[in-house]
Design a binder for this molecule. Sequence first.
Ligand SMILES: Cc1cc2nc3c(=O)[nH]c(=O)nc-3n(C[C@H](O)[C@H](O)[C@H](O)COP(=O)(O)O)c2cc1C
Length: 223
Amino acid sequence: MKVLVITSSPNEAGLTAACGEAARQGVVDGRCPARVVNLPSYMIERCAVCADGWGPCKTKHECRLEDDFEELHAMFGEAEAFVWVTPVYFGEPSEAFKAFFDRLRRCEATKSESAASALAEKPTICVAAAGGSGNGAVSCLATMERLARQLGAATVDLIPVTQRTREYQLETIHDALVALCTEKAKTTRKQELPISARKAQRAPRGRPDRRGHRRGTPREDDE
Ligand SMILES: Cc1cc2nc3c(=O)[nH]c(=O)nc-3n(C[C@H](O)[C@H](O)[C@H](O)COP(=O)(O)O)c2cc1C
């Protein structure tokens, strides 16, 4: 499972970057490929709010502004799971986070069932990196959760981190990614097995019933 880790702080040695690194390490330890992208390293203008409120984002699901948005937009189609990490500014995600996700939402949340969102059903973990007080971490996570829902993503966890909780919350982020990657790998391996092999894996349990069947033993009329 390819995991895209999005960070959004100008501070390359700060708490947001540390959270992104913990996520990346968790993905690697879960034996999956990870890519980390820091939004302030890209040129992303704010939405131009074309015409009467909508531009080609509504009908063609693309943005008319020519900057680095499309390069990042394409990465969302390729990824199979996401980690979004933002510093908490005034109880909200950072400006870099908002500028990018405002435009992504316009392009993806406007898709219909026949052309589903590039994030549809994809597991997503949201992380809010706050200062000493931690005030506003919850409202920031609530904004991220709403955004994930509008984009059709499947929110797996919402993790607040402060300077005080840093040590154990970095472990939480790491472990959340290990669990996500290994759980997915188990499900995929199970689905790849033929039905007969899956049945054989089920050990017979309990005493045989009157017809000689044990609970858990496949019968001829089983699927
Ligand atoms: C403009 C601004 C607003 C902030 N607002 C909050 C806030 O509402 N709540 C909070 O706990 N910390 C707030 N902080 C502190 C940052 O969330 C904190 O320093 C965080 O670690 C920043 O991430 P970084 O280490 O990646 O730079 C604010 C910082 C800045 C620069």
